[in-house]
Write a new protein. Structure first.
Length: 339
């Protein structure tokens, strides 16, 4: 759905020209008002929702009210699985979703979540703004969804537990850990001999509180904003997986929008995504201190033995086979050899 530079320039030139001629700005857009819903699974205080609120206002202002976006945080419209179904049916027009959960519909979307694939953020953005991201967006397009160019940041994932810190591969054995509804997550923790349970995010706090599971894994920003520190004692900085959110849209709803409104909407969504990346990065620098003040105990394990256990268990070779040689080659071209 990426807009060409020419089409964007033509639409924005037309808007500017109308303003210069003294024509009311609204006349540059369709007379009809479009009211669309955007859902996500994060708390209102997360940078995603702060930027989404800002983004919605900018879009409404620039279209002179022709496009209004209502934001629904905290899984208000349903679980990830339910909201994805609503997106596909058109009941929800926009939804941000982790590629690993999206993989239940678009298998290739999970490839960015391969355990220990990305050593740092430089490698993440080189890959996701480059050939790997382009490949994944192409696969999403095949499933009658639209996807914005810039993926939003969820961050590197860490493991929290209520029982003991993770210091090495032996600490994963029989660990009851919540994972998102995604085959890749389940596969990875089974390879580490854990007992993963697939639970939607809106049920995570209660599952930890009632000891259905003893552990979970998420970026620090989510651990903080979802108050998981209230039901978890230890946080092991494993950086075992990077995760991001694709900004998805219902194709039929997108196609109903005039091209000039599409240009404004996509521009501000991608801009907000880039700003959210900076927010998450800055927030991570503060969060360990804040979570320590909330009583969490931190440790930084050596991840080499954990990665070696994954390789020994056949995790990388299994997923290379599932994704196929082409996709795996694109991944390794960005991050180096894995299998």
């Amino acid at each position: 759905m990426t807009l060409s530079r020419r089409s964007f320039m033509l639409s924005t030139t037309g808007i500017a020209g109308a303003a210069m001629l003294g024509v009311p700005l609204q006349s540059a857009f369709a007379a009809k008002t479009y009211r669309y819903k955007y859902a996500n699974n994060l708390p209102p205080s997360h940078p995603m929702n702060l930027r989404a609120k800002e983004m919605a206002k900018k879009i409404a202002d620039e279209t002179d009210g022709a496009f209004k976006l209502q934001v629904f945080p905290s899984s208000q419209l349903g679980s990830d699985t339910e909201t994805l179904n609503q997106l596909r049916s058109g009941a929800v027009e926009f939804f941000t979703l982790s590629g690993l959960i999206l993989s239940t519909l678009v298998p290739a979307a999970a490839i960015s979540g391969i355990g220990f694939a990305f050593p740092d953020y430089d490698t993440v953005w080189k890959s996701m703004d480059g050939k790997l991201g382009e490949y994944i967006r192409g696969e999403i397009d095949k499933h009658d969804l639209i996807v914005m160019e810039k993926i939003w940041d969820n961050g590197f994932r860490e493991i929290t537990t209520s029982t003991k810190p993770i210091n090495g591969p032996e600490d994963f054995q029989d660990l009851k850990i919540r994972v998102p509804v995604s085959p890749l997550w389940t596969s990875m923790f089974k390879a580490l001999q854990s007992a993963p349970a697939s639970i939607n995010f809106n049920e995570v706090y209660s599952a930890l509180q009632t000891k259905v599971v003893d552990a979970q894994e998420n970026p620090l920003a989510i651990i903080q904003t979802a108050k998981l520190f209230e039901v978890q004692k230890y946080c092991s900085l494993t950086n075992h997986m990077w995760d991001g959110f694709w900004f998805l849209g219902n194709k039929a709803a997108w196609d109903r929008l005039p091209k000039d409104i599409q240009a404004v909407v996509s521009k501000h969504i991608n801009e907000a995504g880039m700003n959210e990346r900076k927010d998450v990065h800055a927030l991570n620098d503060e969060l360990q201190k804040k979570l320590t003040e909330e009583g969490m105990q931190f440790n930084t394990p050596d991840v080499a033995p954990i990665r070696a256990q994954l390789k020994k268990a056949g995790f990388y070779s299994e997923w290379k086979g599932k994704f196929g040689d082409q996709a795996w080659a694109i991944l390794e071209d960005s991050v180096g050899s894995l299998a």
